[in-house]
Design a protein around this ligand. Structure first.
Ligand code: CTP
Length: 475
């Protein structure tokens, strides 16, 4: 019996409470699944799954009674499950089940079963461990597939034949890769082979669930590992073909370009050291996504990818839509960063004008600092001298941004002359000409022809109006 479990269980009164409830209902109850795994890994978990031989609903009702008023019980009769929300914890109760699956559906045929049946139908050995809560063997670990050993050896392995476990629920293929990435585990070779063989079955899984797992991989500490597993298993080309398509090197006349897949996942790892933001990480994933589509070879210049930032930005909405990612300002943010990701690099030159800086700050707005993070992450050179040079160049750009912004305030650009004012001064009806005047004023500010202030902008407005044949009612 692994004694290290007992203190954890006893220190949390829910376990003795469930034990009491189970005894009073004459049921055998167990803590099972992810919570047991996380106790050993010392990961905090607020979700605890209980399984009992018999009715999970009956057990949950008894536990809720013992917990008292602030326990919120929900019963899902159709699924034979119940959950209790209590002081920030979520307790799930289910009767032990035996499940078998049909080939065309994720919905299993479910029958009552033993604890062993229940453990058999779980995804990985490390997720199939149970701890008894019965009075006679309280705290005993029931680990039929040596999950503890796999935890110690940092291995993801299916309890049954991988083909059965994955075919029963193909989402588990992504879960295997997600757990490997989150926990820095290896996937056991037979399990990985099963994954390769069953990869096509991912097609029966809903996009929402696929994307959920993908996002969990992306917010891990080192997502490149997950993406390599996705690539080598064949899953990446099924769930994210554009990204799989980045892989490969072409060589003409001895000139090769870099492998954009490995470059991208390196950029992703780099950015993970600088930000936890899922969306900035998505920008790193997508920054070069259109490189294969824009790649050309020229005798003199070698490989070019002209316009990949614009085409990539154009693809962002359709990729987000297909992936069921949000189509709101988060998508627009990613799109903007993809579009602008080359701009700071173009601005390192000493001769660069303030107006080029102003334009970038205007376009990036308050996301300009995230854009700089993306640019820094984009440096994957192995040459330390070159890396140093890039870093000092970026510092220079950042300094210029600060100076220009302090003076010209174009980051959150607010037109110094409003549309209403133009209407009023020239006594005209709302029409296209107002937009034209505003945009000419904005251009003049960005170009540095006038300062970003009311007086100069108003004078320019009068001049533009006159040129357009309008008469000012006041000056
Ligand atoms: N499970 C499974 N197959 C799945 C999903 C879940 O066998 N496709 C089982 C595993 O035993 C898992 C348990 O159900 O441990 C609980 O699932 P869930 O809460 O989704 O996962 P956790 O393992 O708790 O991990 P996480 O919360 O990180 O998803």
């Amino acid at each position: 019996m692994p004694h290290d479990f007992i203190p954890t269980l006893q220190s949390n009164s829910i376990f003795s409470l469930v034990s009491k409830a189970a005894t009073s209902k004459n049921l055998k109850a167990y803590v099972v699944g992810g919570y047991v795994r996380d106790v050993v890994l010392k990961r905090e978990s607020k979700d605890i799954d209980f399984v009992c031989v018999g009715s999970g609903i009956e057990l949950a009702k008894e536990v809720a009674k013992l917990l008292g008023q602030d326990a919120k019980l929900s019963v899902y009769k159709n699924f034979g499950t119940a959950s209790i929300h209590h002081q920030g914890f979520e307790y799930e109760f289910v009767g032990a089940r035996k499940e078998s699956y049909r080939s065309d559906s994720r919905n299993p045929i479910v029958e009552d079963g033993t604890l062993e049946d229940d453990q058999n139908r779980r995804d990985f050995t490390i997720n199939a461990m149970a701890i008894s809560l019965s009075e006679e063997d309280y705290g005993v670990l029931i680990d039929p597939f040596q999950g503890m050993e796999d935890l110690r050896n940092m291995i993801i392995r299916t309890p049954l034949e991988p083909a059965i476990t994955f075919s029963d629920d193909p989402l588990r293929m992504l879960r295997a890769i997600r757990f490997a990435t989150q926990l820095h585990f290896d996937i056991e070779p037979d399990t990985f082979d099963g994954l390769i063989q069953q990869a096509e079955r991912i097609s029966i899984i809903s996009q929402e669930r696929i994307t959920d797992e993908l996002n969990k991989i992306i917010i891990a500490e080192k997502p490149s590992y997950g993406f390599q597993l996705l690539f080598h298993s064949g899953l990446l080309k099924l769930i994210f073909p554009e990204m799989a398509n980045l892989q490969g090197i072409q060589k003409i006349n001895g000139k090769a370009h870099k492998d954009n897949f490995y470059h991208t996942i390196q950029v992703l790892d780099n950015i993970c050291k600088m930000t936890d933001s899922l969306w900035l990480r998505w920008a790193a994933i997508l920054h070069d996504i259109a490189k294969p589509a824009t790649q050309r070879f020229h005798e003199k210049a070698g490989w070019t990818f002209h316009g990949h930032e614009d085409l990539g930005a154009k693809w962002v909405p359709k990729i987000f839509k297909r992936m069921k990612l949000p189509l709101d300002e988060r998508m627009k943010y990613v799109q903007k960063l993809v579009k602008l990701h080359l701009r700071p690099i173009a601005l390192v030159n000493d001769k660069v004008t303030d107006s080029a800086i102003r334009r970038m700050v205007f376009e990036a707005g308050s996301d300009v600092s995230d854009l700089m993070i993306l640019c820094k992450a984009d440096v994957t050179s192995k040459n330390p001298e070159r890396v140093k040079k890039y870093q000092s160049n970026f510092k220079k750009v950042e300094k210029k941004i600060e100076e220009v912004e302090a003076r010209d305030k174009v980051m959150n650009f607010n037109p110094p002359v409003s549309g209403e004012e133009i209407i009023e001064v020239f006594d005209i009806k709302p029409s296209k000409v107002i937009g034209d005047i505003k945009s000419e004023i904005k251009e003049a500010i960005l170009e540095g022809k006038i300062k970003n202030q009311k007086k100069e902008a108003f004078e320019l407005m009068l001049k533009i109006g006159k040129k357009k044949g309008l008469t000012a009612k006041r000056s």
